[in-house]
Design a protein. Structure first.
Length: 148
């Protein structure tokens, strides 16, 4: 009996702490989509709807230095600068970028104002969005976006 209880506790702990999550986000008209897939300290932002990482059209990120409670934010805009979407995260390391640069743009920093302070003023507006995450769950989605 004691071994069974211990097995259940260890199993629940292992599966609840795996750090794996997948979310799909759409433009308001659902004409465009991207997937965010996080596994512990690695995150993929993938063009389109995917349940696993495809061979191309993704950016692989090291998010080990991101404050996963207060600073895990993704911002972006649809149809900016003749691109389908532009997405930015601050203070992350890009491990691999296979996005089609004629259609998509990923930035590993937020823009800064004239005093060198990060600002999101360029990501406010009709076609822009902000996604806040906390570990495996998104906590807030604002702006021009829909999710599964």
């Amino acid at each position: 009996m004691k071994n069974t209880v211990l097995f259940i506790i260890v199993t629940l702990f292992f599966f609840s702490c795996s750090g794996d999550s997948t979310y799909h986000f759409y433009s308001p008209n659902k004409g465009q989509c991207f997937t965010i897939k996080t596994n512990n300290d690695t995150r993929y932002i993938i063009e389109g709807y995917h349940s696993s990482v495809p061979k191309s059209n993704y950016v692989k990120l090291d998010i080990s230095k991101v404050d996963r409670v207060a600073g895990d934010q993704i911002v972006g805009c649809w149809n900016r600068d003749r691109l389908e979407w532009t997405i930015a995260m601050d203070k992350i390391t890009v491990l691999e970028n296979t996005l089609d640069s004629s259609r998509f743009k990923f930035l590993n920093h937020f823009p800064v104002d004239s005093q060198g302070i990060p600002t999101l003023k360029d990501y406010i507006g009709e076609d822009c969005f902000s996604i806040s995450l906390e570990y495996r769950d998104f906590t807030r989605v604002e702006g021009s976006i829909k999710s599964d």
